[in-house]
Write a protein that binds this ligand. Structure first.
Ligand code: ZN
Length: 114
């Protein structure tokens, strides 16, 4: 679904606020980007990749050890406390997901693999 610039401008002219979370869509490009791929839009807004955003939620805010086991799969041990704010929407979730992604990228190891 796409909204033309004319339609977008007409809706805005009526005083309608088009927003998601605390982001107001200022341009029709912004709104269409959101409508085309909401996950990508949200990940860009947060400043992480889509995979990082989805994985942080899938793992309920827990960071996993980055070591590989002998069979080649990733170690299932978790490290430290979870970033629980991941499930709150808005800015708090954004900073929790950023913090999660920073730890994920740093390649932390569990007590067995350290
Ligand atoms: Zn490990």
């Amino acid at each position: 679904m796409n909204i033309s610039k004319d339609k977008f401008d007409a809706i805005k002219f009526k005083g309608v606020k088009l927003s998601w979370e605390n982001i107001e869509f200022e341009t029709h490009e912004q709104l269409n980007k959101f409508m085309t791929d909401p996950d990508q839009f949200e990940a860009d807004y947060i400043g992480v990749t889509v995979t990082e955003m989805l994985t942080s939620r899938e793992q309920a805010g827990l960071v996993r050890c980055c070591a590989r086991t002998k069979s080649g799969s990733r170690c299932r041990n978790t490290i430290g406390a979870a970033h629980y704010n991941i499930f709150i929407r808005g800015m708090e979730a954004a900073s929790a997901i950023r913090a999660w992604a920073a730890r994920e990228r740093s390649g932390e190891l569990c007590h067995i693999h350290a």
